[in-house]
Design a protein around this ligand. Structure first.
Ligand code: PLP
Length: 479
């Protein structure tokens, strides 16, 4: 509903407001002065009572409106807004710092829409119960193996190796590159911090590279300029689901350089019908609670080289000799997944096609509703690319000036969990020494893009509410 429909000028009459309420089936209107500053509220009940007391249709609104109205401020806490709703008020005006009406808060704010919600609609409980009944709750047990097989089958990445998290999968991948002091790792500036953290811990020299504005992923031209004869590893992150063109990258880099593809956010993303990770030396996945499928915490590692697969399994399991218990040939880790996690993962993978289909619908609905208002969506489909859109990211020319943090806070107040895009790593003091040059694109994306709630089980109505509130705050449907 357009904001202008809810606003009525204080100089109009009772007749005018009744016509408006009747035409648009409104239970409440907000009375404003010529600058849209709120001066009163009128509900259909107020009107009935005033007419019964003898007011006429030609009376001025100022005579019948409620001047002791309840309103929410854009700087309130969400709990304040919820407590107003508990008082039984159906439509609450939302005001800015200058008492101007921004919009109307109704019952839709009672529900909180998280940035991501994984649904457990399959065999999760059945398999978990089975683990508990059989007492197979640690890393031994049938579900880890079954999950690995199902995952490998879906992705076409052979013999994937489960891990305790996406970060430990990255840690393993880097360990398998046998890096020496002064070897160099190139990584993108815009990502969750796991890749750079693992790279730093390998004692290599880390170089951050700016990303591409459209794909949000590492800019391959800038990357080529950073390669030296000490470069041993390039970490590519498929941010928010976009599958980077690894084949193209391969053509331009020396063959000894290993590519680690961080696919934490790109399960279900394909390029030329090959799943993300397919052309890399190592690919890593995350099954954290907000990912496309979840095992609570958990991860997966793909190694293209068979020898590395064997090595990865040993390293994951304390570096212990697989044929000689308690005999260690390497300094290893415990990065194993538990049978409980495997049980969850298997059940989740059984529904992956359905989840991805639903995510596609979510993305399409956002596009249908937001493009007409001037929003754009990064990396909009190229023919050969299937982007799973782990999180739908969008921008509008008004967002940067409005402020993404302000928008994030205000939408939370209204029960909607959006996120700003990651901070550029180079902007954080802790990573300052890995900064090599300038990073205008990661900085721009961080200031002007937002991530929208992207759960596969979002309904059309949920998405309409989300979009409506964003339009309201940005003043895009004032007309
Ligand atoms: C791009 C990226 N890499 C790595 C990780 C780390 O995965 P995990 O949380 O499973 O350790 C995440 C987020 O969780 C991520 O978004």
């Amino acid at each position: 509903m357009k904001l202008s429909t809810l606003l009525i000028n204080q100089n109009l009459t009772v007749r005018d407001v009744m016509v408006r309420m009747n035409d648009f089936c409104l239970d409440t209107v907000f009375v404003v002065d010529c600058e849209n500053t709120l001066v009163g509220v009128i509900t259909d009940g107020d009107l009935r009572r005033k007419l019964l007391k003898g007011h006429g249709l030609d009376d001025a609104l100022s005579e019948v409106m409620n001047k002791n109205y309840t309103a929410a401020s854009i700087n309130d806490e969400r709990s304040d807004v919820l407590s107003l709703r508990k008082d039984g008020i159906k439509s609450i005006p939302l005001l800015d710092e200058f008492q101007k009406v921004l919009g109307c808060i109704g019952q839709e704010v009672d529900e909180y829409i998280p940035i991501y919600n994984t649904s457990f609609e399959g065999n999760e409980l059945l398999y978990l119960t089975d683990c508990i009944k059989k007492s197979w709750v640690s890393s031994a047990g049938e579900y880890v193996k079954k999950f690995e097989q199902k995952f490998s089958e879906f992705t076409g990445l052979n013999d994937c190796i489960s891990t305790s998290s996406g970060s430990t999968a990255l840690e393993l991948a880097i360990s398998l590159c046998n890096l020496k002091k002064n070897d160099e790792i190139i990584a993108p500036d815009l990502t969750f911090a796991s890749p750079i953290n693992s790279a730093i811990r390998s004692n290599s020299i880390v170089k951050l590279v700016d990303v591409d504005r459209d794909t949000m992923c590492i800019n391959t031209n800038l990357l080529l300029d950073k390669i030296t004869n000490k470069t041993k590893v390039i970490i590519v992150v498929n941010l928010y689901g976009y599958p980077v063109d690894i084949l193209q990258l391969r053509k331009n880099i020396p063959s000894h350089i290993k590519i680690i593809e961080d696919c934490a956010e790109s399960l279900g993303s394909f390029r030329n019908n090959k799943h993300s990770g397919y052309y890399s030396d190592f690919a890593t996945f995350s099954f954290y609670g907000n990912k496309t499928i979840t095992t609570g915490e958990g991860g997966m590692l793909f190694c293209s080289n068979d020898l590395k697969k064997g090595e990865a399994k040993i390293l994951r399991d304390h570096g212990m000799n697989p044929k000689k218990r308690y005999w260690h040939d390497q300094v290893g880790f415990n990065f194993r997944m538990t049978n409980l996690q495997g049980a969850l993962g298997l059940a989740q993978m059984e529904n992956i096609e359905k989840v991805l289909r639903r995510k596609k619908r979510v993305f399409q609905k956002y596009k249908d509703l937001m493009i007409p208002f001037g929003f754009s969506f990064n990396a909009d489909e190229a023919l050969d690319v299937e982007n799973s859109r782990w999180l739908v990211t969008t921008t509008h020319e008004k967002i940067e000036n409005y402020g993404v943090e302000k928008l994030e806070y205000q939408l939370k107040l209204l029960g909607i969990d959006i996120r700003k895009v990651f901070y550029p790593l180079s902007s954080m003091p802790i990573y300052k020494s890995y900064k090599k040059g300038i990073y205008p694109n990661s900085s721009y994306l961080n200031k002007s893009y937002i991530c929208l709630p992207s759960s596969p089980n979002l309904t059309s109505e949920n998405i309409e509410i989300i979009v409506d509130k964003i339009l309201m705050l940005l003043g895009l449907h004032n007309g």
